[in-house]
Unconditional design. Structure first.
Length: 394
């Protein structure tokens, strides 16, 4: 069996909507279908029936994204019914996991052409209730929100593992002695870079607005924010803490998709690839320190590629929290911070859980194509203590 090179031909995403914002009325399966359709339409030489599989990440899957949202996206996008679809869940890493699984299928010859992406509507995530042990219980019943975080937690898990995500960020801030001012400055820089990238048209080639929705730019970017404004926000997770809504990623809605091919698939598209997929890695860490999950995943993925942090020309690191991102950066002293999230990160752009990994991979591919050459990397921390990384080259 020969190992095949895997290329990213194209990558698209929606503008990222804020919680209860412009995309809140759009079902997640419709968001997913939108980016799948847009991606296929951008390669007019490609017969959609040639797509061997569609992989989609989805972190919650408790509402309208149930019953395999990838397959629903295929059908809603109008692709031939012969095109299958599979939904994968690695929480915040789900979209990147979809890319990795699609690439793996192509590498071993199980597919020539695949679509990989992710979707999340945190606005439309439902409340859920456990089924009563007996019919018609007399007492009140508990509802859980599926928007974010732990629910129906197994009591066998140690309490220190199941702390809130924001408390995990506080633990990292303590471990690395990260001040409130450092975190706020990091967040402010994310908004500045994202606003500048949009003003320069750097996202025009990858963002595909949803028809009928008045949203052409990521909805959470605050170019008028300031250190003074951020300083006024109260700690969100711990009394006297340093993690606030301003230095954390928001709750969001959005979708992203990439077109992956081998050499045969490349000829079928008639396109020049944006980048080539090299290696990936996933690692685990104590659940409460989930934010540091990317540290070893990044090192492992780069080692597989025969590369180091100093070789990177672009690094898209998901900004779940400023404390989490700064904690990771502190453990990569050889990394040039200038290559990290040059067009803004999730604190400004947003973090629609299942879509974020696909957004990051697409962003790296587009930036490598714009530069003409280089080594790029996409990485995310993952709740319950994992890290995921993908190395691309051009």
């Amino acid at each position: 069996m020969s190992i095949r090179d895997v290329y990213i031909v194209d990558a698209v995403r929606t503008p990222i909507g804020k919680f209860g914002g412009a995309l809140a009325a759009v079902r997640p399966d419709d968001l997913a279908a939108h980016v799948v359709r847009a991606l296929v339409d951008r390669s007019p030489e490609l017969d959609p029936a040639r797509v061997d599989d569609v992989y989609f990440g989805d972190a919650n899957g408790a509402g309208e994204d149930n019953r395999d949202v990838a397959r629903m996206a295929v059908l809603l996008a109008g692709l031939p019914v012969s095109v299958p679809g599979v939904t994968v869940n690695r929480l915040c890493g789900s979209g990147l996991e979809a890319v990795i699984q699609a690439a793996r299928a192509i590498t071993v010859g199980d597919a020539h052409i695949a679509v990989a992406g992710g979707v999340e509507s945190m606005s439309r995530a439902p409340w859920v209730m456990q089924k009563p042990e007996r019919g018609f219980p007399a007492g009140h019943q508990q509802l859980w929100s599926t928007t974010l975080g732990w629910r129906m937690t197994n009591p066998k898990l140690p309490a220190e593992w199941t702390v809130a995500l924001g408390e995990g960020a506080e633990l990292i801030a303590e471990r690395h002695a990260l001040s409130r001012e450092q975190q706020d400055a990091f967040a402010l820089d994310s908004h500045r870079k994202a606003a500048e990238a949009w003003a320069k048209g750097l996202y025009d080639g990858e963002v595909v607005p949803y028809e009928g929705v008045d949203l052409v730019r990521d909805e959470c970017i605050r170019e008028t924010s300031s250190m003074e404004a951020l300083a006024k926000l109260k700690p969100a997770f711990r009394a006297g803490g340093s993690v606030t809504a301003g230095n954390s990623s928001p709750l969001n809605d959005g979708a992203a998709a990439l077109l992956l091919v081998d050499e045969e698939g490349l000829r079928a598209t008639g396109r020049e690839p944006l980048a080539r997929i090299r290696t990936s890695a996933v690692t685990g860490i104590e659940p409460q320190l989930f934010g540091l999950g990317p540290v070893e995943a990044v090192r492992t993925a780069l080692a597989k590629a025969g590369r180091g942090l100093a070789d990177l020309s672009v690094f898209e690191l998901n900004e779940a929290f400023a404390a989490q991102s700064l904690g990771c950066l502190a453990e990569w002293p050889e990394l040039d911070p200038a290559v990290v999230n040059p067009r803004g990160g999730a604190i400004a752009i947003g973090h629609p859980l299942g879509a974020s990994g696909a957004r990051l991979a697409g962003a790296v591919a587009h930036q490598l194509a714009a530069a003409g050459s280089g080594v790029g990397l996409a990485a995310l921390c993952i709740g319950v203590g994992q890290g995921l990384a993908l190395v691309l080259e051009r």
